[in-house]
Design a protein around this ligand. Structure first.
Ligand SMILES: Nc1nc2c(c(=O)[nH]1)N[C@H]1C(S)=C(S)[C@@H](COP(=O)(O)O)O[C@H]1N2
Ligand SMILES: [Mo]
Length: 317
C-alpha cells in the first residue's frame, strides 16, 4: 500500500469536485451502493479529492461504511465543535489554520511494555488507509454522515504492547494558548481529555482519522489525527491528539469533569436516556428539515451492544 505524503502530490492529480460528486451521484442513481463503490474504489487513481487539501488516495473501502447520503464537505468543515478555537460552530473553520500540525508527535505511554513517541509520518505508515463512512451524532442532537479516512486505533495501540493491568485508554489533545484562542477561556479545563475502556479502544469500529473526503484532515476537524468512535456522542472523538495513556483507572474526561450529571464516561448514543436538559430521542441530520429518530448506539448496535451486556446503561450513561 502506497502512502503518499502531501509534498508528493501535484495539484494536477487532484480530482475536481464535480467529478467526485458526479461519481457519487451515478452510484446512487444506479442503485449500486457500496458494492459498486468497492469496485470503483479499487481502480487506480481513484481519489475522493478536490476540496483543497492533499489527496490521501488510493484508499481501501470499509465494510463498516454506511451508504447513507454524505453531508457536504462545506457542512463538515464549517459546522464544528473544537472549543480550543471558540464555541461558535464556525470558529474552528475561522481560526484553526493557526494550529501547526507539522512537526507532530503522539506519545503512547502508561501501562505498556514499550512506550513510544511516534511522528505523524510514522503513524500514517502503520496500516493501509481506509475510507470509513460513519454517522456522527453530537450530544447537541444534530448528526452528519462523514467519509473519514483513517485506520483502526488498534493498529496504533498494538505498537506499545499494553500490560495486562491496562484497563482504560486516555487521550489528551493539544492545548496551545498561542495558536488556540479558546484555550484562554474557561469553558473547559484544558487540555481536552477523553477516555475509553480498553475493549472499546481496541474495537474494529474505533478509528484514528487522518482525513476526510479522501484528503488530509482539515485543521478544524482535528488534524493531524483524531479519534472517531461512531457509537458514542461526538465529544468522545477527541481531536488533534498528542498523548495516549494506558491506565488501570477510568479516565476523567473533560466533559465529565465539567458536568458529571450531564456527560458520563460511556456516553453511548442512547435515545432512551435523555440529557438532563434535553431529549436524546431525535436528531436533526444537517441539511435536512425535520428530525429523525436517534438509533441505539447510533445504529452500530449489531457490532457493539455485546460490549455492554449486563450493564445498566441508564446508570452507565
Ligand atoms: N480537542 C477537542 N476535540 C473535540 C471537541 C473539542 O472541543 N476539542 N469537540 C467534540 C465534539 S462535541 C464533537 S460533536 C466532535 C465534532 O467533530 P467535527 O467537528 O469533526 O464534526 O468533536 C469532538 N472532539
Ligand atoms: Mo458534540
Amino acid at each position: 500500500m502506497l502512502i503518499r505524503h502531501p509534498d508528493d502530490i501535484a495539484p494536477s492529480e487532484i480530482t475536481p469536485r464535480a467529478l467526485f460528486d458526479g461519481r457519487r451521484d451515478f452510484l446512487r442513481h444506479a442503485g449500486l451502493g457500496v458494492g459498486a463503490a468497492l469496485l470503483y474504489g479499487a481502480l487506480p487513481g481513484d481519489a475522493h479529492a478536490g476540496y483543497g487539501n492533499p489527496s490521501l488516495g488510493p484508499l481501501q473501502k470499509s465494510p463498516f461504511s454506511t451508504d447513507e447520503k454524505l453531508n457536504d464537505y462545506k457542512d463538515i468543515t464549517n459546522y464544528c465543535n473544537f472549543y480550543e478555537f471558540g464555541t461558535d460552530k464556525t470558529d474552528p473553520a475561522r481560526y484553526a489554520q493557526r494550529m501547526k500540525t507539522r512537526p507532530w508527535t503522539v506519545s503512547i505511554e502508561g501501562l505498556v511494555h514499550k512506550p513510544k513517541t511516534l511522528a505523524i509520518e510514522d503513524v500514517l505508515k502503520l496500516a493501509p488507509l481506509e475510507e470509513r463512512i460513519y454517522r456522527l451524532r453530537c450530544v447537541e442532537a444534530w448528526s452528519m454522515v462523514i467519509p473519514w479516512v483513517g485506520m483502526p486505533l488498534s493498529a496504533l495501540l498494538k505498537q506499545v504492547e499494553p500490560l495486562g493491568s491496562a484497563k482504560y485508554v486516555e487521550f489528551t489533545t493539544l492545548a496551545d494558548a498561542k495558536t488556540m484562542p479558546g484555550v484562554n477561556s474557561r469553558v473547559l479545563d484544558w487540555p481536552y481529555v477523553e477516555g475509553l475502556r480498553l475493549d472499546e479502544a481496541m474495537h474494529p469500529l474505533t478509528l484514528i482519522a487522518v482525513g476526510l473526503y479522501g484528503e488530509v484532515l482539515p485543521n478544524q476537524n482535528g488534524a493531524p489525527m483524531r479519534l472517531v468512535v461512531p457509537w458514542k456522542y461526538g465529544f468522545k472523538s477527541a481531536k488533534s491528539i498528542v498523548r495516549i495513556r494506558f491506565t488501570d483507572k477510568e479516565p476523567v474526561s473533560s466533559w465529565t469533569a465539567a458536568a458529571p450529571r450531564e456527560y458520563g464516561f460511556y456516553s453511548n448514543v442512547n435515545p432512551e436516556v435523555d440529557h438532563p436538559r434535553w431529549s436524546q430521542a431525535r436528531e436533526r441530520r444537517l441539511g435536512e428539515f425535520g428530525k429523525r429518530k436517534t438509533l441505539m448506539f447510533n445504529g452500530y448496535g449489531d457490532q457493539v451492544a455485546s460490549l455492554y451486556t449486563g450493564m445498566d446503561l441508564k446508570k452507565n450513561y
